[in-house]
Design a protein around this ligand. Structure first.
Ligand code: DGP
Length: 244
């Protein structure tokens, strides 16, 4: 039995992810490939509306609670993802569980101390949520066959459009998020030195600091291989190897 591939696009805020995801969808449609574009958070559901108001700072939620809501928002779509893939519809997904870990694990508490011998202050940051705690609720979600990570420095990202509209759009936060994404990418490559794991899972870094068309051409070169090939492996389960 064959099925369609599940392709996730990840990146920092302002990496051009949403534009590139739409360009990719348009290209797939021009090639006659049945495609569904998904986006997380999906702000249209009841859970998604709670996330939306949190991101716009019109509501406050405990860090654990919002993390679990983001995850629940993905689980709401898990069976639809599986059905579509098995029916032969390629899924292009703007953000997924990798954002879930990268953003939540990058929240920190900052404490400042002034050493008695000095007039300057020292700042110490401590993560609010452990990395593995952040991973746990997303274990078992449908695993993507390919993750394209659009990489851009937080400085370049800020120059593009300016941060400030939503909760996480601050340069120090984005720098930590980038490190967390790097850790997730390295982990995927370590579990499979060729970058391709048993489930077909693959993480590729795309330099998103270049011109729009250069980025989309590179993305297409990776996606084309997958969509024009034949996938016979069953849909993987994300991070099932992490369950003790
Ligand atoms: P976007 O709609 O792609 O601009 O994403 C909204 C913001 O939410 C963005 O700053 C990234 C962040 N985000 C996306 N998914 C998650 C998640 O699962 N957990 C957390 N904490 N943040 C997320």
């Amino acid at each position: 039995m064959t099925r369609a591939p599940f392709i996730v696009i990840e990146g920092l805020d302002r990496s051009g992810k949403t534009t590139q995801t739409s360009l990719l969808q348009a290209r797939l449609e021009r090639e006659g490939i049945s495609t569904k574009l998904m986006k997380f958070p999906d702000r249209t559901t009841t859970i998604g509306q709670m996330i939306d108001s949190y991101l716009k700072s019109t509501s406050e939620l405990d860090d654990h609670v919002i993390h679990l809501l983001f995850s629940a928002n993905r689980w709401e779509m898990a069976s639809t993802i599986e059905t579509l893939l098995n029916e032969g519809t390629t899924i292009i997904c703007d953000r997924y569980a990798f954002s879930g870990i990268a953003f939540s694990a990058s929240k920190v508490t900052t404490t400042t101390t002034t050493p008695s011998s000095s007039s300057s202050t020292d700042a110490t940051t401590v993560p609010k949520l452990p990395f593995e705690w952040c991973r746990a609720p997303d274990v078992g979600l449908p695993a993507p066959d390919l993750v394209l990570f659009l990489d851009i420095s937080p400085e370049q990202a800020r120059l593009r459009g300016g941060y400030g509209e939503e909760r996480y759009e601050k340069e120090e936060m984005q720098a930590r998020v980038r490190q967390a994404f790097k850790r997730l990418g390295d982990e995927t490559r370590t579990s499979s030195p060729t970058g391709v794991a048993a489930s077909g899972k693959q993480w590729l870094v795309v330099d998103a600091g270049r011109e729009r068309d250069e980025v989309s051409a590179e993305m297409w070169s990776h996606v084309e291989l997958l969509v024009k090939g034949t996938l016979t492996s069953p849909i993987g389960k994300l991070w099932n190897d992490k369950i003790l």
